[in-house]
Design a protein around this ligand. Structure first.
Ligand code: UT7
Length: 320
């Protein structure tokens, strides 16, 4: 038995905000944002469009694309750092909205690494609980948690959702989740390097802050080491990998990683230009876009890696 990614769908809010739009209301420029990050524009959810709404839209697209009856879904797992409320979970709202009436549902918070954590949890629950179908959703509205007067953070983020049908399968022995690897480091300096301040500790006020330069360095160090470790553990090299899909925070991080660690740039999928940093949705958005373009194909072997607030990070190898 293998755990496979059977189908993927994504959803982006309609509203698109370009760097030029931002430069009209902030002391910034398209030139600064593009050269420092590779971002040109981002999708932004409407005020009344919540993370679970994005997740529901992506899930409904997935149901339309696949032949799955919602009643056959065993679990709904949602990765989000920007849930509508403290409770109930986004997962329960999505489960109800799509009629997955037999499924159990819960949220996870592993920030920008949430997709890789979600993949690992889906894989291990399918194996340990003998599940058939897991709906793994990433639903993020980080633009609701940034200070729109702070040019050093607000230009970096966008909103979006992904929905993946993760399935147990005995059909094709060569495809499936080959390996996942998760890491965390909550020591003070790293813990405080990316923070959403809005919560009981801060009187429910405040926004997202980031020690940009340190996070830039941690991202290169930790994403690179997780890639090298997962490859070594599976007796693989980058020659065995068709595409590397990293978390899409900043094109410059990915280019620096390639330069410093001698990784093959041509295997890196980079979609920061149109999406900005959509936290745990960034890998599903990149994967879905490149599958629809025909760049990534069935049978390809993919290496995912991501790092986010916590710090948390990880890697996964999947054959489609
Ligand atoms: O998903 C979690 C992972 N997060 C990340 O991976 C983000 C990692 N960090 C980064 O991507 C980069 O550190 C940033 C893109 C956030 C910042 O780039 P940087 O090259 O590290 O710039 P900086 O923060 O050192 O700022 C350089 C200058 C400063 O001006 P002074 O002090 O040199 O006069 C900033 O005030 O750029 C200024 N600046 C801006 N200027 C125009 C900061 N933000 C802006 C802006 N427009 N939006």
């Amino acid at each position: 038995m293998r755990t496979i990614i059977r189908c993927i769908a994504t959803y982006l809010p309609e509203k698109v905000v370009t760097n030029d739009d931002l430069s009209k209301v902030l002391d910034t420029s398209d030139e600064w944002i593009y050269t420092r990050t590779g971002i040109e524009s981002r999708h932004i959810a409407e005020e009344d469009e919540l993370a679970s709404d994005l997740g529901i839209a992506a899930s409904k697209k997935l149901l339309a694309l696949s032949d799955i009856d919602p009643i056959d879904i065993d679990a709904v797992i949602v990765s989000t750092t920007t849930a509508d409320r403290r409770f109930p979970s986004c997962a329960c709202r999505i489960q109800g909205a799509i009629g997955a009436n037999r499924a159990f549902a819960f949220d996870i918070n592993a920030a920008c690494a949430g997709f890789i954590y979600g993949l690992a949890i889906s894989d291990s629950m399918i194996r340990s609980m003998n599940l058939k179908n897991v709906l793994l959703v990433t639903a993020e509205t980080l633009t609701k948690f940034v200070d729109w007067t702070d040019r050093s953070t607000c230009v970096l983020f966008g909103d979006g959702a992904g929905a993946l049908l993760i399935q147990s399968s005995s059909d094709d022995e060569s495809s499936g989740i080959i390996s996942t690897k998760l890491y965390s480091d909550g020591s003070e300096e790293r813990h405080d390097s990316i923070l959403s301040h809005r919560g009981p500790q801060n009187g429910y006020r405040g926004y997202t802050t980031m020690a940009g330069r340190s996070v830039f360095r941690y991202a290169i160090e930790n994403m690179s080491s997780s890639m090298n470790e997962i490859l070594a553990e599976n007796n693989m090299t980058l020659d065995d990998i068709d595409w590397i899909i990293p978390h899409q925070a900043n094109r410059r991080i990915l280019e620096s990683m390639c330069k410093m660690r001698n990784f093959p740039t041509e295997k890196f999928i980079i979609t920061t230009k149109d999406h900005a940093n959509t936290s745990s949705s960034s890998i599903p958005l990149a994967l879905d876009e490149k599958l629809r373009e025909g760049k990534i194909k069935a049978g390809d072997t993919l290496l995912f890696t991501a790092l986010g607030a916590g710090l948390v990070w990880g890697a996964a190898i999947v054959r489609l």
